[in-house]
Design a protein around this ligand. Structure first.
Ligand SMILES: [Fe+2]
Length: 293
């Protein structure tokens, strides 16, 4: 049984996006592309490229997308360049999927607006941010799969440096997630399930030789959390083959059934895969049920 919906996700780009990625997407033909921000440092090249793609794309901008421009103008130009692709504090609704963006330009660390974000958005309280995310989620079609897309993940996923949003660049290690996103998830769950939260920002390779980050977990409510920040996402293997990283998720109906990190060759060959979550076909909610009569 094939999944109903196949979504490619590009973690923090930091400039690593070009026509080779477009060629790969043309071969892989996912149903949509999610982009978690930190496209570059405020340059126009990548938003323009993303606008050229022929598949549905949803993007939330990250802290690097401010270009360290405290006037907020660089951040605003990035948002304008992305146009309808930017879902920060809003909804991107496709025929088979609803994507709701968390707070744009987040650098994690609870709830903090940089000077660039303050200049671009004005003062926004924690509760206002929570309400913006929740309101966007309430407008989403209840009959299609639903994904929350943040640059930073939510608080509550652990305080260790290796946690999906754990601070690793200086001691002490602590939970560096976004508090508004965590509160929004709680509010949204009163109305509909939240099957998947996708984010980046906290790179997989930890600083100071501390190893690799845990990039996937699920909570007791059944929400899955996926950190996609494999940086750099362009590379090569020991055989000299070019590699492109995408995280990959699949839904069967409204059920999340597959999550992985994938490294593709430029011709679309799946060269390496780290499988993070898989629901066997027989356990899927829309699988044919055996009669006991
Ligand atoms: Fe970031």
């Amino acid at each position: 049984m094939l999944a109903d919906l196949r979504i490619a996700i590009a973690g923090d780009l930091h400039g690593a996006w070009d026509h080779s990625d477009h060629g790969l997407l043309a071969i892989l033909k996912p149903d949509g592309l999610l982009v978690v921000g930190d496209l570059s440092d405020g340059h126009q090249r990548i938003p323009s490229l993303l606008r050229q793609l022929k598949l549905p794309v949803a993007c939330v901008l990250g802290n690097h997308d401010t270009g360290k421009d405290s006037s907020g103008r660089t951040l605003q130009r990035q948002i304008e360049a992305l146009g309808p692709l930017h879902c920060g504090w809003g909804l991107c609704q496709w025929p088979g999927l609803a994507v709701v963006g968390a707070r744009p330009a987040s650098a994690g660390g609870g709830f903090h607006l940089s000077q660039a974000a303050l200049s671009a958005f004005g003062p926004v309280t924690l509760q206002q941010s929570v309400d913006r995310i929740t309101t966007a989620a309430m407008a989403a079609d209840p009959d299609v799969p639903f994904i929350l897309l943040g640059h930073s993940g939510p608080t509550g996923l652990g305080s260790e440096a290796t946690a999906p949003c754990g601070r690793d660049w200086k001691p002490p290690a602590m939970d560096w997630g976004d508090q508004d996103l965590a509160l929004a998830i709680e509010q949204i769950r009163r109305h509909r399930p939240v099957p998947l939260v996708v984010f980046g920002h906290m790179h997989h390779a930890l600083r100071r030789g501390q190893g690799e980050r845990v990039s996937f977990c699920r909570d007791r409510a059944g929400t899955a959390y996926l950190n996609t920040a494999c940086v750099p996402r362009h590379g090569s293997d020991a055989a000299g083959r070019d590699l492109r990283h995408f995280s990959w998720v699949e839904f069967s109906g409204q059920q999340l059934v597959h999550v992985s990190h994938r490294w593709y060759g430029l011709g679309g060959e799946l060269l390496y895969e780290e499988r993070l979550f898989e629901v066997p076909v027989a356990a899927r909610l829309d699988a044919p049920q055996l009669s006991l009569c």
